[in-house]
Design a protein around this ligand. Sequence first.
Ligand code: FE2
Length: 282
Amino acid sequence: MNTSNQIPDDIIFPKPVPVKLTSAEFIRAIRAFSVPSSLTAMWHLGQNSWVLKTEEGRVIAIDPYLTDFCAGGRTGVRNDKSRILPVFIEPEDFDVDIMILTHGHADHTDPWTIERYPRKANTLFLAPWQSTLVLKDAGVPANRIELMHPLQTWKEEGLEITGCFAEPTSNEELNHMGFAFRFSGGRVYYNSGDTAKSELLSHVRDFGVHWMSICINGGYHNLSHWEAAEITALIQPKIAIPAHYDMMPHNVQSPHMFKKSLSLLAPQVEYRKLDYYEAALF
Ligand SMILES: [Fe+2]
């Protein structure tokens, strides 16, 4: 029991995020980071944006939302969808080997991020169909795009990436996916993408998930913190990380609500929230 008068950090939320590193410094730190054997490093960039680095040195991005596109589209006018997190990495500095897009909404497949990303020809993009259209429009060469479907696996030595089911949250985007990553040694990470509640998500349990991240914001038909805990209980990972709660003023959810729901519905699962800029090892 917490007997101190200190209010846990994530109850007063959101808080400003101090900028610790320049964008170029942050990318250099990721490229230079040495991942211990049998582990994977992971950084959270807000919303469902993540960077993973494997022990072999591969750098993988998931849904990099590095601009403020959702606010005013191409008008650039700020509004109630304007990001409340700093841009951690400018698209011009971004440098990854594999980029995963879970669906075509702009906070996941961001046209500006992709257009400004200079390493399109050296990066492999794995994405469902509607995201592939955005990628092509943003100038990604067709031979760098791998169209993915649920239960389809892309693999190379030491890495298997399999599409998972996700329940769409709006009727103009019906190609939502999650992804399961199997790393060297067999450890599995699952990323839910954006999904509404469905018992079909229980298929992810078959991967034997070690750690997962899951949307908890509850807005626009996404899983609520309670539903996210219900789905986590179905999947039975060792560790669950909250996601998609911190980017837009009308779409925030304090992660401590998920922590509480998880403690009630899946008490055997460890809750872990990632700090921005900090590498976490799994
Ligand atoms: Fe989203």
